[in-house]
Design a binder for this molecule. Structure first.
Ligand SMILES: [Zn+2]
Length: 315
C-alpha cells in the first residue's frame, strides 16, 4: 500500500463510522402537481448572491445563467432557481418545486440527509448550503435537464415539460449528488461512464437488465462516452453492473467510495489509467474495501476481468 492508499483506508474507516445511516424513504410521496413550493423572488442587486460562475463547476447548459439578475428561493432557503426575467413566474416555481421535492428522496438513496450532504460536498463549491437550479434555454424536450457540480439546469417552459419529468429530474439530481460527493475541484467527472449512469439509473428507478442477460453487454468497457456503443439497452447494463456492487456492499459503502474519490482529488491525484478510468476512481475503488457477492475483496481489476463470471455465479 502506498501512502495515498493508507490515508484513504484510514479515511474510509472514519467515514464509515461517522456517517449517520438514513432509512430510505422511497419515492412514494407523489407531489401534488397543482401546488408549488412557496418562496419568493430576489434580485442579486439586493442580495449580492449571484449565480456561481466558477467554470470548473459548470456545464454548457448552466453557463447560461451566469448573467441572470433574478432568482426564486423556496421558503426553506434551500433551493434557488436562477433565470431570465423573460420566463414566467410559473417556470421558476415549477423548477424550484421539482428540485425541492425530489432532493431528499435522492439523498436517502445515498444514505444522506441534506445537512450531511452539505458537509460532504466539495468545499470548493460556491453555495454548499443551497441546491442551485438554472432555467436554461439550451435545453429542450429531448434533453430536458442536465446536472453539473454547481447547478441542475432545467428547460424553462414548464407547460412543455415531458410526461416523465419526475424520473428525469431524479436521474439528474443523482448525477448532481454523485458529482458533488466525488469531485473536489476536478474539471471533469472522475467517475467512469458505466458507474455514473448506472448509479443515476438505479436511483431514478429506471430498468435494470436481468442478471441472466449479463452476456449481452460489457458495461465496464464503457469508461467514457467515446467508448460507448449506440445501443439503447446499454443503460440497463450500466445499471446491472452498479446494482451488483450495491447489492454486495450496500448504499453507504458506495457513498464512502464517492467521498474517497473526492479525497484523492483533493490530494491532487490526477491522471488516467491506460483503460481510461481516473486514477482517483481506481485508487478509491481499490481502497474502499469493496467485496463481491460472496464477500471476497473486489479490486477494480478483478471486477473488470471477472465481471461475467461474477454475475453468472450470483444467481
Ligand atoms: Zn445520466
Amino acid at each position: 500500500m502506498n501512502r495515498t492508499a493508507t490515508v484513504l483506508a484510514g479515511l474510509a474507516a472514519v467515514l464509515l463510522s461517522g456517517c449517520k445511516v438514513t432509512m430510505s424513504e422511497g419515492f412514494d410521496d407523489e407531489p401534488d402537481r397543482d401546488s408549488f413550493s412557496s418562496g419568493f423572488f430576489l434580485y442579486i442587486s439586493n442580495t449580492g448572491e449571484d449565480f456561481p460562475d466558477d467554470s470548473w463547476s459548470l456545464n454548457t447548459a448552466g453557463e447560461v445563467c451566469i448573467d441572470d439578475t433574478l432568482y426564486f428561493e423556496t421558503d426553506s432557503g434551500r433551493v434557488r432557481v436562477y433565470g431570465s426575467s423573460a420566463y414566467s413566474e410559473t417556470d421558476f416555481r415549477a423548477a424550484a418545486t421539482e428540485l425541492e421535492r425530489r432532493i431528499d428522496g435522492v439523498l436517502s438513496r445515498f444514505q444522506l440527509r441534506w445537512p450531511e450532504f452539505a458537509e460532504d460536498r466539495s468545499t470548493a463549491v460556491r453555495y454548499p448550503d443551497h441546491l442551485i437550479g438554472c432555467l436554461s434555454p439550451t435545453l429542450s424536450r429531448t434533453e430536458f435537464a442536465s446536472a453539473s457540480v454547481a447547478a441542475v439546469s432545467i428547460m424553462p417552459y414548464a407547460s412543455q415539460w415531458p410526461y416523465d419529468t419526475d424520473r428525469i429530474i431524479t436521474h439528474e439530481l443523482a448525477h448532481y449528488v454523485q458529482e458533488n460527493l466525488s469531485r473536489y475541484q476536478a474539471r471533469e467527472s472522475l467517475l467512469p461512464l458505466w458507474f455514473a449512469e448506472g448509479q443515476a439509473s438505479v436511483v431514478a428507478g429506471e430498468p435494470i437488465a436481468p442478471v441472466y442477460q449479463h452476456h449481452d453487454y460489457d458495461p465496464l468497457l464503457d469508461v467514457t462516452v467515446y467508448d460507448a456503443t449506440t445501443a439503447d439497452y446499454r443503460f440497463e447494463h450500466y445499471a446491472l453492473a452498479y446494482h451488483y456492487l450495491e447489492e454486495a456492499n450496500g448504499q453507504l459503502t458506495l457513498t464512502v467510495l464517492l467521498d474517497l474519490i473526492q479525497f484523492a482529488d483533493w490530494e491532487g491525484l490526477d491522471g488516467t489509467t491506460y483503460s481510461g478510468e481516473s486514477e482517483a476512481f481506481v485508487e478509491a475503488f481499490n481502497t474502499a474495501g469493496l467485496v463481491d457477492h460472496r464477500n471476497r475483496y473486489l479490486s477494480l481489476d478483478r471486477f473488470k476481468t471477472e465481471y461475467h463470471q461474477l454475475l453468472n455465479d450470483s444467481y
